[in-house]
Design a protein around this ligand. Sequence first.
Ligand code: SF4
Ligand code: SF4
Length: 355
Amino acid sequence: MEPSTAMLAKDAGKGLVQCLACRWYCRIPEAQAGNCGVRVNERGKLKLSVYGRPCAVHIDPIEKKPLFHFLPGSTSFSIGTFGCNFACEFCQNWDISQAPRGARTKDPLKWREYFQHLIDMCDEWPPERVVEEAVRNGCKSISFTYNEPTIFTEYAIDVMKVARKKGLRGVYVTNGYESHECWDAIKGHIDAANIDLKAYNKKFYTQLCKVPDFEPVKDSIVYAKSLGIHVETTTLIIPDWNDNEQELKAEAEFFAFVDKEMPWHVTAFHPDYKLLDKEPTPPEILIKAREIGKMAGLKHVYCGNVPLAYSDYETTSCPSCGKALIERRGYDIVQMGIKGGKCRFCKAAIKGVWK
Ligand code: SF4
Ligand code: SF4
């Protein structure tokens, strides 16, 4: 399948094309790629080299994204490509997200040839095929996930144009570095997003993720919500890097300022990729983060990547009467107490997309 022409682009003069998909706003010279490695200036046109070539395709429980207030108990047809606009040292999908960077390091001159070979080895998934398989497998949504979907937004939009006709919803699992132009483009195609706010300190973003700041991510959370997208947030807690209680408090206060009923997932880190010298996050740190969130006024804070013994910390409770509504064991739902978007005990409305 040919790469598609990217719509999130403009001519920047002197043979440069500017990519408008994320906050890097890369100005890309002829025959070069932007920071993510997949958006390429070919004779003055920005091409998406991974269009229609996802390298990861799975059917996942929606709870795995994680999304807890969006079609609970459903499955989501999930796809991801090579490449990312971040270079997180703890990335759990580094083999695909960092593939273009790996190729660049291996051979700075011929890396695109080598990387194209990797793309060509991936099966072709035109939008119609993605939707057909999603429907055939009883999925309620299509998730753009595993690597960063911002970088392949044009493909995601084309998939969703077909998916809409079959009544499927769209999900972004994202680092929140989208430009406003990107959010405006996906408006109406994407119904829900899980946005990572990875830390509330700049050092974490510059040193561990190789991006300048986290303010754009905060802005994305606010902007995506203003477009009517259902938003949940995630923070992977890494001991000594982002478990400072004052920072967690500031982060929780920011979320509470945006929306006290916006779910926050605090999840456990496991050593991976370049960050192998840290222990996995003890559940007690997550429980402390959850308490901090609750103290800030957040109604729904969940601990994730925890052993089954800690499943109670994944329960959705009614913010009004306090009764347990959705009980989970791993990715399974063992009790569902929300009916018609309301608590089945006190009838208070619970924010989310329930059908
Ligand atoms: S998606 Fe971001 S990193 Fe990739 S080319 Fe566009 S602006 Fe650059
Ligand atoms: S943003 Fe996500 S996919 Fe990209 S490098 Fe970081 S953890 Fe990996």
